[in-house]
Design a protein around this ligand. Structure first.
Ligand code: HEM
Length: 407
């Protein structure tokens, strides 16, 4: 990469759901930036180019993870984990777990997600402020991912803490993350052993039954699901509720017509900028012409999913939240071989998490007395606190259908 005035990347941490304004200023051909280790990289912001980086096999995740000059531990999944593998290894490992995420399996999980949302909301008070982050968004997400894996309920809170810590970008995090990975791997190895002896209907039992040459692959997969599945959904749900409850017209229209929720969820996924970095880096394994720029073999490329999701060449009026936007070709779940394995589950959690709250607490509103607080120092951006006054429960019981076919 050449260039005399290189911008530092990632951009400074910021609050809110919008992507950093620098992305819009840099919109156009790939732009040279300099990473925290001094390594130069191409920042890619256009939807068309982002899709190429995620789908063209000449852009390698494995090479990025192996590159010692890139920001590594804590900012990148460990070597050998799903997000660090290239085809054909990647496909082989992903197939070990993909069955557990099929549309049929996820449909079967939906009633449980809905019941968990109802159960978590029910005891929360009608009056006074409730912080929805610990009470609802985080609690729902950890319960769903914990139940999916088959982690005992008593360990869910510990699991959520691990997930937070593994995504930390605070100073000193890489050392702590390295040690923690060892502890989490030990816990999962033990649990996989117990599931092999006494299988249940859960993901760890499914993994324990797979024949692999290296059992560490199964531990890595379970860890990938924990890390990729909890913080993402928990933070996105909180930001989505901030937007929905912050717009009473939107809240009442979705409450009146829950069939619109799936489209609204897609738009919230597009609109909320979840990553504190645009995406996991890739390294070009050959010279590639990308959006009119020659990217050389060995160059690092960061394809910013959050910038592509606001690309005016792809979306009319991209900075407007349009809950009925169709089509909606966002890349919040990535694209290509690493496309989010948990996308269907995340969609179900978001639709149920919003739908059940609107249905059971029709007067829910942001707390006028206290604003939301944002947390920093994580790979995933989001709310530390979301104070809401929930209001009375519906007397008729929850109207739980969210517009999806849940038969
Ligand atoms: C709103 C919630 C979520 C968002 C926005 C999200 C986003 C993403 C993105 C962008 C990627 C691709 C990263 C890349 O290619 O660099 C990804 C991969 C992945 N996600 Fe999600 N995710 C969410 C929820 C979940 C859930 C609930 C699970 C599982 C329970 C999950 C499991 C995974 C796994 C295992 C991968 C790696 C796939 C692979 O490398 O083949 N995600 N996710």
């Amino acid at each position: 990469v050449t260039g005399t005035e290189l911008r530092s990347y990632p951009f400074p941490a910021r609050d809110g759901v919008d992507p950093d304004p620098h992305y819009a200023l840099l919109r156009g051909a790939p732009t040279p930036v300099v990473l925290s280790t001094g390594r130069e990289a191409w920042l890619v912001t256009r939807m068309a180019d982002v899709r190429v980086v995620h789908t063209d096999p000449r852009f390698s995740r494995a090479a990025a993870v192996a590159d010692a000059t890139l920001p590594t531990a804590g900012l990148s999944p460990p070597a050998g984990s799903l997000l660090a593998l290239d085809p054909p290894d990647h496909g082989r490992v992903r197939r070990l777990v993909a069955g557990a995420f099929s549309a049929r399996r996820i449909d079967a999980l939906k009633p449980g997600v809905r019941a968990a949302a109802v159960e978590l909301l029910d005891p929360l008070p009608a009056d006074g402020a409730t912080d929805l982050v610990p009470a609802y968004t985080r609690a729902l997400s950890v319960r769903v991912v914990g139940d999916l894996l088959g982690v005992p309920a008593a360990d869910h809170e510990m699991f959520a803490g691990w997930s937070d810590a593994l995504l930390s970008t605070a100073s000193g995090a890489p050392d702590r993350v390295g040690r923690l990975r060892g502890a989490v791997a030990g816990y999962l190895r033990d649990l996989l052993g117990r599931k092999a002896a006494e299988p249940a209907d859960d993901l760890l039992s499914h993994l324990a039954a797979q024949r692999v040459d290296d059992p560490r692959e199964l531990v890595m997969l379970a860890m990938a699901v924990l890390v990729a599945g909890h913080e993402t959904t928990s933070n996105l749900l909180a930001s989505a509720l901030l937007l929905v409850l912050g717009d009473p017209d939107l809240a009442s229209s979705l409450r009146a017509d829950p069939a619109r929720l799936p489209a609204a969820v897609e738009e919230l996924l597009r609109y909320v900028s979840l990553g504190s970095v645009g995406g996991f880096p890739r390294v070009a394994t050959a010279d590639v012409e990308l959006g009119g720029t020659l990217v050389r073999a060995g160059d690092v490329v960061v394809a910013a999913l959050n910038a592509a999701n606001r690309d005016p060449a792809e979306f009319a009026d991209p900075d407007r939240l349009d809950p009925d936007r169709a089509p909606n070709g966002h890349v919040a779940f990535g694209a290509g071989p690493h496309f989010c394995l948990g996308a269907a589950l995340a969609r179900a959690e978001l639709a149920e998490g919003i739908g059940v709250l609107l249905a059971t607490r029709p007067r829910a509103a942001l707390d006028p007395a206290a604003g939301a607080d944002w947390h920093q120092r994580s790979l995933v951006r989001g709310l530390a606190r979301l104070p809401v006054v929930l209001g009375p429960r519906t007397s008729t019981g929850p109207r739980t259908r969210t517009g999806e076919d849940d038969t």
